[in-house]
Design a protein around this ligand. Structure first.
Ligand SMILES: C[S@@+](CC[C@H](N)C(=O)[O-])C[C@H]1O[C@@H](n2cnc3c(N)ncnc32)[C@H](O)[C@@H]1O
Length: 617
């Protein structure tokens, strides 16, 4: 439940996005449901409880990784009075695709050396892996634009007066978003459309069309008072006659003998067409980070250098692999990385640790980020509602139905966690359920079940139902959060720990003997079942399951509260250890060492679920 709503209603702008709308007090882009977004914007951004889950290093710059939705992150920042100086966002493009992460089974420490040799020549594709959905990018245009409108208004409300915003999109929806941005930021504050051209894309001969190998990035400023540092690109050196103006007329500069003087150029001002290769699987950047929609650092370098100065705050509210935060750190800027998915937060975290950054990780309790990501939470939820079955005869508004002898078939509504606008059960949604969804139900329906995440005033909704539901169908309200709490189940681990007196290393040693992760094993079972059906090789997991571990860490400071890693080992997909952010060419031996006595052990499995175990009393 939101703690409160933070105002962010846009101020009317001067200028014109569409002729005849001078005052900007009305929406310029009209489409179905556009007014619903306005109602939500009028209500304010929902502010949720926020928990600090980790601190990395001495975070003097107040750098942040926020796990949560863009809207909730902006509410948090606005409530705290934080203003950002530069925003880059690369939101879902409405591309019609589902994005998945490849999950690699690691080497089992007991077998590592033996299989290392045999596998040394394997490429990534040949390693044992399976896929897991990370986020979906399938929208209808209206829903996308409403969602984007709210996000852009929220972002604007936390931008400083001199801030710039770069919005990265492509042909799918970008032109509609340009109109939204004219409306929100003002056409007069539009600065550039940057074309990112990646010529390394391989054309598909089966498609008789021009190959799409560009995205575009829209640049707007909050006001006229923007920061912009001219950027240059390297060009082939060439000579040009030196020129000067005499009485307003251009003339060549000559020496005392009348010879024209030349100057050499090897740089020219950067224009709006940027030729930067996209990250092919073979590139070092992609190979190391491996995030599905990862953008090149070179792209962000130009943006951050042009529109911010050292010490300023650079924010990315759809941060993905953490590219913006990583480049901001390298260029001496502060960062805010926000993303809804656990995979993004972990990828960015590990990348930033390797870059030597200090930061805090916050988790927003917004009801969407209960599990790895909203797609997986939705899938899981459906399995957790006892008796819920698909019911093809019902409209797709209903998630399915529950059947019992007394009430018969009860249609069930579940808010769509992929669409934050459905999270709040308010009078508008209740009205829609009563007036639009219930009239189409079969005549013998006795009850409908409506799950909710947020509700501002339960009594108000119940009164509304009493006054407006003139059918005989009972409406039962249920709190979805009670089920969501059940979703998080820790992995089981067996380990031993003690002083590492018998080792070459001094200090403490924790040895992991076994891990059982139902969450990962269930995924592998699903994969194996499909493989058997398709006559493909299956994945076998050893008795001790250590190949399911991606990261182990020790906290020697406290056994509760925000996590602090004093020692950390990440196992990369080839099985090599990354120790405290530093790559090695060694395989993991199943143990982790610390100088001080460890108080907590953290194990992250290959799907990204983290479990924490207290060591000792
Ligand atoms: C195209 S990717 C960003 C890639 C990133 N620029 C990079 O280079 O790695 C979009 C990201 O938006 C995240 N996302 C989707 N909906 C979101 C929301 N409502 N709030 C915050 N993040 C969201 C997804 O999890 C995904 O990581």
């Amino acid at each position: 439940m939101a703690v409160k709503y933070v105002p962010y209603y846009p101020e009317p702008l001067e200028g014109q996005a569409i002729l005849d709308n001078f005052s900007r007090t009305r929406r310029t882009l009209k489409y179905r449901d556009a007014n619903r977004a306005i109602e939500r914007v009028k209500r304010g951004m929902p502010l949720y409880e926020t928990l600090k889950v980790e601190t990395v290093g001495e975070n003097k710059n107040d750098n942040l990784i926020i796990r949560g939705e863009c809207l909730s992150a902006c509410a948090y920042l606005k409530d705290r009075g934080v203003k950002v100086d530069l925003v880059y966002i690369d939101p879902p493009f409405a591309s019609g695709a589902d994005y998945a992460k490849k999950i690699y089974i690691r080497r089992n420490p007991e077998l590592a050396e033996a299989i290392a040799k045999a596998e040394a020549e394997l490429n990534d594709e040949e390693l044992q892996n399976f896929e897991e959905k990370m986020y979906g990018d399938i929208w209808d245009k209206e829903r996308y634009l409403n969602w984007m409108y709210e996000n852009l208004c929220a972002i604007k409300s936390v931008m400083s007066e001199t801030a710039s915003i770069y919005v990265h999109l492509d042909w799918h929806i970008g032109h509609y978003v340009k109109i939204l941005m004219d409306e929100i930021f003002g056409e007069d504050n539009f600065r550039n459309e940057i074309i990112w051209h990646y010529a390394n894309k391989i054309p598909d001969k089966r498609k008789p069309l021009f190959t799409n190998c560009s995205d575009f990035i829209l640049l707007y400023n909050k006001s006229n008072d923007q920061i912009f540092n001219i950027q240059y690109k390297q060009i082939k050196p060439h000579k040009r006659a030196k020129e000067t103006k005499i009485n307003g007329v251009k003339q060549s500069v000559r020496d005392e003998n009348g010879n024209v003087l030349y100057e050499e150029f090897d740089q020219s001002m950067l224009d709006n067409v940027w030729n930067i290769p996209s990250l092919a699987g073979s590139s070092k950047e992609k190979h190391e980070i491996d995030y599905v929609t990862q953008k090149p650092e070179a792209l962000l370098e130009r943006i951050i250098k042009a529109s911010s100065n050292e010490g300023m705050i650079v924010a990315d509210f759809f941060g993905g692999s953490g590219v913006t935060a990583a480049v901001a750190t390298k260029l001496g800027r502060k960062f805010i990385h926000c993303d809804i998915g656990i995979n993004s937060v972990q990828t960015a975290r590990d990348r930033l640790i390797a870059n030597g950054a200090a930061f805090d990780i916050l988790e927003i309790k917004d009801g969407v980020t209960f599990y790895r990501n909203p797609i997986q939470t939705m899938e899981k939820l459906k399995t957790l509602i006892t008796g819920l079955k698909n019911e093809d005869s019902l409209d797709k508004f209903w998630e399915g139905a529950i059947e019992d002898p007394k009430k018969g078939v009860s249609p069930v509504y579940i808010p769509n966690l992929l669409d934050s606008s459905t999270r709040l059960l308010d009078l508008v949604l209740m009205n829609r359920i009563i007036k639009e969804a219930m009239p189409d139900l079969p005549e013998d329906t006795k009850r409908v079940i409506v799950y909710y995440i947020d509700i501002i005033d339960l009594k108000e909704i119940e009164d509304f139902i009493r006054d407006n539901n003139d059918t005989l169908i009972e409406i039962e309200l249920r709190d979805l959060k009670e089920i969501l709490d059940e979703i998080v189940v820790e992995d089981y681990a067996e380990y031993t720990f003690g002083e590492a007196s018998d080792e070459l290393v001094s200090g403490w040693r924790v040895k992991i003997d076994k891990i059982i992760s139902d969450r990962v094993l269930r995924r592998i079972d699903e994969y194996n079942q499909k493989s058997i059906d398709n006559d493909k090789a299956t994945i076998k997991i050893s008795q001790n399951g250590l190949e399911l571990i991606e990261l182990v860490a020790l906290d020697c400071v406290s056994n509760e509260g925000a996590w602090h890693s004093d020692a950390e080992i990440k196992i990369d997909k080839l099985g090599y250890m990354i120790k405290n952010g530093v790559k090695t060419k060694d395989f993991w031996n199943g143990s982790i060492y610390s100088e001080k006595k460890p108080l907590r052990l953290k194990i992250r499995n290959i799907c990204g679920d983290e479990s924490v175990y207290k060591l000792g009393d």
